[in-house]
Design a protein around this ligand. Structure first.
Ligand code: ATR
Length: 280
């Protein structure tokens, strides 16, 4: 049997916990596309060769996750604007034989809020907890959607200041101690830190300090309801979990590789939620 030519991948190290094969597999089946999307574990020292042989191996492209996002940025021949601004590539594809690198995390973040909290971008100042790679994607999305006052709060103030300098006007940098007064008039609180992930409990900001109209979102989705979201819900604030960001960030890649823009449906979400439950 001839090898399929509609091939895409997700690569990371490790990569076996990635939910992306389930997401793209669902869309391939739904659209009756004769294609494949595989998880491929590639060690950092092998990543450049992996990327340089993609075309020879008949790949249309794929997703790149930790720890390869910066290496993918360097190896892409052309990059979209989001990748340039975020400084990382999570999606690779070919156009006329040229390897493009894009970043779809900011799109995923904004589309998730569009889905579950329409009007989110005009609620007022945004407080962003964390100053790592995920924070850069969130800040890019907030800027793109016109949020004029973005307050980065981070344990290490110097990293927050680096992001302020990188993204420019409308951004301020703060240490943890400042977060109470920063929350008092905020319309959106975003957690981009690992706090609240399984085995890493602890609140990074207190939603009690937020005004009643504020929206709280977390990019962590295991557990689906993080301690931050639970506290915000108890305070009767609008909350949006991080799973939708994962689902929406997958959309542009699928469209580039397979030619159809797929939908993030309730059915897809249910499928992935079932997969988040730890297996005995
Ligand atoms: P990612 O690419 O997922 O954003 P990262 O670059 O490692 O990951 O960034 C992790 C973020 O979580 C950082 O903002 C980090 O704060 P520091 O810059 O001070 O390291 C934050 N973080 C991780 N563990 C934390 C903790 N226990 N308390 C407060 N912040 C924490």
């Amino acid at each position: 049997m001839a090898e399929a030519t509609n091939k895409a991948f997700v690569t990371g190290h490790p990569v076996k916990h990635s939910r992306s094969p389930k997401i793209h597999g669902y869309w391939l089946a739904k659209h009756g596309i004769d294609g494949s999307y595989q998880a491929i574990d590639v060690a950092p020292q092998d990543f450049a060769v992996f990327v340089k042989t993609l075309q020879a191996n008949n790949y249309r492209g794929g997703n790149v996750t930790i720890p390869h996002k910066e290496a993918a940025f360097a190896l892409a021949e052309r990059r979209d604007q989001a990748a340039e601004e975020i400084g990382a590539v999570n999606t690779l594809w070919f156009e006329d034989g040229v390897l493009w690198g894009g970043n779809t995390d900011a799109h995923g973040f904004a589309a998730n809020l569009d889905d579950h909290a329409p009007g989110w971008a005009s609620k007022g100042p945004a407080v962003v907890l964390g100053a790592g790679g995920a924070s850069r994607a969130v800040i890019h999305a907030l800027k793109e959607r016109g949020v004029a006052d973005i307050r980065i709060v981070n344990r290490t103030l110097a990293r927050a200041m680096e992001l302020r300098d990188r993204f420019g006007a409308g951004i301020s940098a703060h240490g943890m101690a400042a977060s109470g007064e920063l929350l008092a008039d905020a319309g959106l609180l975003v957690n981009t830190t690992a706090l609240g992930m399984h085995g890493n409990e602890g609140l990074s900001a207190d939603p009690a300090m937020l005004p009643d109209h504020a929206i709280v979102t977390d990019i962590v989705y295991v557990p689906l309801e993080t301690p931050l979201l639970a506290a915000a819900r108890a305070r009767k604030l609008k909350t949006v979990d991080g799973l939708g960001m994962l689902l929406h960030q997958a959309v542009p890649g699928f469209e580039r590789w397979f030619g159809i823009r797929p939908q993030v449906t309730a059915e897809l979400r249910t499928l992935i939620v079932a997969d988040l439950v730890p297996k005995p």
